[in-house]
Design a binder for this molecule. Structure first.
Ligand code: DAK
Length: 277
């Protein structure tokens, strides 16, 4: 179903076009592949790239007709994203740091709350802000060469884009505390074993696996998928009662044409065709 968002989630203004410098976007069969393309800097997230991610996930992606899902990856074979761009943070005051962290968190929140599946295809280093970016996606595929870590303490920092919170959600406090304090970088097999990634695949097969997952999800009722994303996210949101959220969402799903179609298809022993209404 086409979902058209008439305004930008963050700035509240009407849809505004933007020429991307650091994101390459391709769209095939309803799947958008977004490649962060700053290969010489191992795809580090500079402020321009953050702006472009904000624009894409808060605005442009909502305008894509028939979108099934989004794959986020990094250019080249070496890195997904090797962190926030270190060259941009010298001389930040405490207030500047807080503002930047909040802004970054807001951008990653747009990804986490995007109503269609967003899959990180991690082909190399996912460090610092890069690991945080992968964790903001709904699902993660790691190639054999992927490496994950939160090395901020090496720089006298801590993660600022939600890393301390999301890492615990995925791997638990025991290992999260260790990785955050030691700055250790772990390989794809360890990340898979810890539950940080959904699938471990041979290098070069990451995108294919991500597409396979999105295609599978696209056979389900789109409204129900959006509600699953909302409800799962609600578990971690302060002041939100996820159980009530689920009751509300269940009620909303019950009133859809897709629910009628899904139930009818089951009874008639046929495949459901969902309209997204
Ligand atoms: N930023 C900028 N440039 C980077 C970069 C980064 N994070 N990572 C790599 N590069 C650049 C290198 O400087 C180098 O550039 P040239 O010297 O060629 O000009 C080029 O990418 C290739 O890197 P290397 O020559 O170092 O490649 P190696 O194979 O030898 O090493 C590496 C790969 C990934 C192990 C190494 O590059 C590395 O350790 N990179 C840094 C990893 C890291 O510490 N990442 C940052 C984590 S801290 C904030 C909010 C959030 C954050 C910060 C502030 N605020 C709200 C203020 C988050 C911070 C982080 O992400």
């Amino acid at each position: 179903m086409a979902y058209v968002k008439p305004y930008c989630e963050l700035c509240g203004k009407k849809h505004h076009p933007m020429q991307y410098e650091n994101l390459q976007i391709s769209l095939e069969d309803g799947i958008a592949v977004v490649t962060i393309s700053r290969e010489k800097a191992l795809n580090a997230l500079n402020s321009r790239t953050m702006e472009e991610l904000q624009h894409f996930f808060g605005d442009a992606a909502h305008e894509i007709e028939g979108l099934k899902g989004i794959i986020l990856t990094g250019a080249g074979e070496k890195a997904f994203v090797a962190g926030a761009d270190i060259t941009e943070f010298s001389g930040l005051s405490a207030t500047d740091g807080m503002k930047l962290a909040k802004r970054g968190q807001d951008v990653f929140f747009l990804i986490e709350h995007f109503p269609k599946p967003v899959v990180a295809s991690v082909n190399g280093f996912a460090l610092g802000g890069g690991c945080e970016l992968a964790m903001a996606c709904h699902l993660r595929i790691a190639g054999e060469k992927a490496k994950f870590g939160q090395p901020e303490v090496n720089l006298g920092l801590i993660p600022g884009y939600g890393g301390t919170q999301r890492l615990i959600q995925y791997i638990g406090k025991t290992k999260a505390m260790e990785l955050l304090m030691t700055a250790d970088i772990i390989g794809a097999a360890d990340a898979h074993q810890l539950g940080l990634v959904n699938y471990l695949v041979p290098s070069g097969a990451e995108i294919e696996k991500a597409k396979e997952l999105i295609e599978k999800i696209a056979t389900k009722a789109p409204f129900a998928i959006a509600k699953v994303i909302e409800c799962v996210n609600a578990y971690y949101e302060e002041g939100v009662d996820g159980f009530w959220k689920e009751v509300d969402a269940f009620g909303e799903c019950s009133g859809t044409e897709d629910f009628k179609e899904g139930a009818a298809a089951f009874v008639e022993k046929r495949k459901a065709t969902f309209s997204g209404r």
